[in-house]
Design a protein around this ligand. Sequence first.
Ligand code: B1M
Length: 210
Amino acid sequence: MGILEEIAACVLAGDEVKTPMHVRQALADRVPARRVLDDGLLAGMNEVGRRFREGEYFIPEVLIAAEAMKAAMTILRPALTEQGVAALATAAIGTVRGDLHDIGKNLVSIMLEGAGFDVVDLGVDVTAETFIDACRRQKIDLVAMSALLTTTMPEMEIAIKSLREALKPCPPIIIGGAPVTQAYAERIGADGYGRDAATGAEVARKLCRM
Ligand code: B1M
């Protein structure tokens, strides 16, 4: 197995020790940082996403894989910066106003990072103004909203409307959460919908043409 396949396999196994170790080795062997990211870490995370979507992996496996990825990123990030590779895109994510559920939102956040996004996590109970402020403070390429309550779903519509009014151009907006459907996303004018975290990250990549 080559070093990049080894890295992908270590992410898949959630190995927090060996993943950064192999990344260090790959960099010492002069493998370009971008290839270590794309063909090693992201390849592993993509497979984690596929297994999660197909019910082969559950939340704990995803969280463990994310820890391995994070540990490796501390080694890889300086090399990426040095070699002029910026994050592919930046996403701002939050659970909408009135809603305190964050487990699904955190999983989406992990999958977005795994898909090459820098993630600005705005937390829970996020107002339309907070989403707008985040987009004004820095370059945000994608806004991601989560809602778990039928009573907070309308907050997504409010936030989308406000974002579109305040920001021209407005970054693409993706929504998700247990009560949310594709039809609802279309009805309230979202650009994308993710039925689960892995699909959400895939849709996000498409929206950002990554
Ligand atoms: Co709450 N809760 N809860 N709760 N809670 C639900 C959602 C509920 C369905 C339970 C029930 O009654 N059967 C119900 C909602 C009913 C409804 O609206 N129709 C409910 C209720 C009523 C409430 C309270 C109102 C209860 C009360 O106080 N009377 C209250 C509300 C508080 C508030 O938010 N203001 C409340 C509170 C809580 C806790 C704080 C106790 C806790 C949250 C802890 C936390 O998040 N830190 C909690 C929990 C844990 C749940 C359940 C049991 C589990 C939710 C969860 O984390 N699932 C839930 C019942 C259930 O779902 N079985 C329930 C796991 C998570 C991985 O899934 O978040 O769906 P999920 O995310 C998925 C996808 O939806 C998708 O990807 C994720 C991974 O695949 N996804 C996205 C999510 N966001 C996405 C965004 C995307 C794309 C995909 O793009 C941006």
